[in-house]
Design a protein around this ligand. Structure first.
Ligand code: FUL
Length: 473
């Protein structure tokens, strides 16, 4: 099979080498972001007074006496989640209700004064270490209990707690800041001093990612695990970027978990980047819950709402393929129940989900690889990670047999370049795809059986640099 053009001579009609386009590919991940990018999938654990009150949002008036998990076992959390292939846990050290699950010197409204009486973050930190999991912290800026909320003093309070969390629990891989900003106990709203919060984290935990309302990872814009057709990691950053995240995030307890605002479907195509002064590397993260809420609720709670408690394993697996395989990372929430354990109801789904993922990636399909010019000449790249030259049109794979899954990754050390590609099997068009980025997963449930599979790059911001391609049976 021959192609009419090399990718760069046609390039979907888009200009290739003007200074504006070159500017986009000079935006690249920091060391911290590169390291984080290796973690494709990790978990949230939502746990706190809401777990015992049967609520999604507490109002800050909860009695500490309610917090009495009888079998809390953070080792169990780590064991179960690690078995699903997860690499880390982000824990709700404080949710909007203001109850702190760690031993803080700055409020009495904390776990040490509850019947449980032990620092849950400390226990989890120990378990994470033991099981080789990374620990992340969710600390809600919105606080419905703390009296100083709505004044400058609250920013000091928040910074003090961040400092405690940064300095007493070992390495933290991520601080996750929620966008919600409601009223505090006296009806006041807070002006968050983000710069100060970030400064504390950078000082004490320089490797930690600051996610969601932070500069390192961006919220994907919904809580349903949906990705855009093209998720870009190079995005424009303006003064109101953080406000707009807060503005769009969940507005009430009845959580917009299924909502997906497609009005911002395109946030960073060439057209959107054009002329924008401040471009940053900020990849997408999809936060989604195994349940239709974030905290553990019993079956009756869901019955009243005519919802099933859990997403199905198949739904979760599709979310995995679309997010991890759609240039985003997957942050899957698995709450702990009233006993302080991951409940059998969720364990069952997790087990089935894990099986689907493991089966998908169980067996590699070997293949030979070459790069093809429009004249049909082939050459084999000398290294695993390779750059396509100007006179090369397609990547040709010769698989040893039928495969069901194709994984392709750009070498994002050199930014995100590929804007679209098409797949051909023995010369026949199979599908058109948009960007690649850190990872694109293509699935062929019935299997693709072809001697030659060509990945034709149809538009790119510069010479594509491919880190890896893997096929699975
Ligand atoms: C939202 C919160 O309001 C939810 O309760 C949950 O913590 C979710 C991850 O973020 O904005």
């Amino acid at each position: 099979m021959k192609y009419r053009h090399a990718w760069c001579t046609d390039n979907g009609g888009a200009p290739l080498s003007n200074d504006e386009i070159k500017r986009y590919i000079t935006v690249r991940p920091s060391e911290r972001q590169l390291k984080f990018n290796e973690m494709k999938y990790y978990n949230f654990i939502h746990f706190g007074v809401n777990t015992f009150m049967g609520r999604e949002w507490g109002d800050g008036t909860e009695d500490l006496k309610v917090f009495r998990p009888s079998q809390l076992d953070t080792d169990q959390w780590c064991r179960i989640l690690k078995n699903t292939g997860s690499e880390g846990i982000i824990f709700t050290a404080k949710h909007h209700d203001g109850f702190c699950l760690f031993d803080t010197a700055y409020t009495d409204h904390n776990v040490m004064n509850s019947p449980y009486g032990k620092d849950v973050v400390k226990e989890l930190a120990k378990s994470c270490k033991k099981h080789g999991m990374k620990l992340g912290i969710y600390l809600s800026p919105w606080d419905r209990h703390e009296k100083t909320y709505g004044s400058d003093e609250y920013n000091d309070y928040f910074v003090n707690q961040l400092t405690e969390l940064c300095t007493s629990y070992g390495d933290i891989f991520c601080f996750w800041f929620d966008g919600a900003c409601g009223e505090g106990p006296d009806g006041r709203k807070q002006k968050y001093d983000w710069d100060r919060y970030y400064e504390v984290i950078r000082k004490h935990q320089p490797d930690a990612i600051i996610a969601n309302c932070g500069p390192d990872v961006r919220w994907i814009g919904n809580e349903a695990g949906k990705t855009r057709k093209s998720e870009w990691s190079v995005i424009p950053w303006t003064d109101d970027t953080l406000d707009s995240i807060a503005e769009k995030s969940q507005k009430n307890e009845a959580h917009g978990i299924e909502c997906f605002d497609r009005t911002d479907e395109d946030i960073a195509s060439r057209e959107k980047l054009q002329g924008k002064a401040n471009l940053v590397w900020c990849p997408a993260e999809a936060d989604v819950s195994i349940n239709y809420g974030w905290f553990w609720q019993n079956d009756d709670y869901y019955k009243e709402r005519s919802q099933s408690p859990c997403r199905t394993a198949k739904e979760l697996a599709d979310i995995y393929f679309n997010t991890v395989g759609g240039n985003a990372s997957l942050l899957l929430n698995v709450p702990a129940d009233k006993n302080g354990l991951i409940n059998p109801r969720e364990r069952k789904v997790l087990k089935e989900f894990t099986k689907i993922i493991e089966d998908t990636f169980r067996e590699n399909m070997p293949y030979d690889l070459s790069l093809v010019s429009p004249e049909g000449e082939e050459c084999v790249p000398g290294t695993d990670s390779f750059m396509m030259q100007n006179d090369e049109a397609a990547i040709r794979l010769r698989p040893n047999g039928k495969f069901r899954t194709l994984v392709i990754e750009e070498d994002i050390r050199y930014s995100q370049r590929v804007e679209s590609f098409s797949l051909f099997a023995d010369g026949k068009h199979v599908k058109d795809c948009t960007c690649i980025g850190a990872c694109r997963i293509l699935r062929f449930p019935k299997g693709l059986d072809a001697d030659e599979v060509d990945i034709l790059i149809t538009q790119s911001r510069s010479n594509p640099i491919i880190k890896s391609i893997r096929l699975y049976k």
